[in-house]
Design a protein around this ligand. Sequence first.
Ligand SMILES: NC(=O)C1=CN([C@@H]2O[C@H](COP(=O)(O)OP(=O)(O)OC[C@H]3O[C@@H](n4cnc5c(N)ncnc54)[C@H](O)[C@@H]3O)[C@@H](O)[C@H]2O)[C@H](O)CC1
Length: 329
Amino acid sequence: MSSPGFSLEQLMELAGLSVAEAVYDVIVVPGEEGGGKDGGGGGTKGRKKRALLVCGPGNNGGDGLVAARHLVHFGLDATVVYPVRSTKTHFVNLVRQCEDVGIPILERVPAASSTSHACADDDYHDDESGDDGRGRRYDVVVDAVFGFSFRGSAPREPYASAIAAMSDMREKDGSVLVSVDVPSGWDVDGAGGDATARGVDLVPDVLVSLTAPKVFARSFRGRHFVGGRFLPPALAEKYGIRMPQYPDTRQTMEVEIDDGKVTCDAGVDSEDWAAQYQAYLDEIEVEKKIEVDLKDVRHVKVEDWSLQYAQYCEEKEREFFGSRKTTEG
Ligand SMILES: NC(=O)C1=CN([C@@H]2O[C@H](COP(=O)(O)OP(=O)(O)OC[C@H]3O[C@@H](n4cnc5c(N)ncnc54)[C@H](O)[C@@H]3O)[C@@H](O)[C@H]2O)[C@H](O)CC1
């Protein structure tokens, strides 16, 4: 089988673009002040919509950096929080690309606007802390702290505080909270409630699943987009991965998973897709035939993802056909 041949950089660019598209759809209302096609996402009338993107140490954080840049191109005002900067060249470049379009890079999540002026801690009023001192309210906060490689019982600092601060902004400022791939601190194979039990109090309004929804998403109750339109159809077909039928040029589509039932109302063949996707979920749950679902692929290190993915598929193919020969023969 030939490798899909994508580099991590390419996948991340497409993933981040999907996130930006979903964020735009959620917060920019056409015709409203500061939104809509006539004025762009930032609009020429009213103030620009403001996005705060909180980026973690891994590739989930990279998706956030990419999304920030696209949001600026879409006309929004973006600010990035990147507490611990990766020294990998690609990430250094992503930060530079953000700075080149005027995105401030902060080290800490600013206090919610409703508390910032009352905050006794003067740290909150210097550039290092992140608060611009104007009690700025963000229309949307993007949680790109941890994705599918989050491990352990609880997030370590500085991320535990960053996650708590995002929740605070949602509660106190009414910012829309959008999580990238997996809400930070949630168990990718568990249910959302598990996180609360572990003291992670983050409940996003919106989830953008990349490539395919992970297991926890069955219990997610907010708005749910699937993005990351890059899996070659032949590969998806060969391994039974039901991909969304993205409409026209869209990078995302909105879906609904309600008590395990998948529905979606966007685009071409969406009804077929919903049925197929439901079958896929059932299949991976019960049959465990060729397990090339993304739940397993996530254990592959994302660096050199495409090569390892191809090797993984080959291995599964050998296992499947090998065992079938033994059973049949
Ligand atoms: N689906 C796709 O095809 C693509 C998905 N992408 C995104 O990549 C992330 C997964 O990236 P990865 O680098 O493997 O991991 P994370 O970003 O989730 O985090 C790893 C990072 O976090 C640290 N860490 C883990 N647990 C803890 C903890 N308890 N406390 C503190 N720190 C922790 C760990 O040390 C690492 O530094 C996926 O979800 C998508 O968003 C790609 O962009 C490409 C395509």
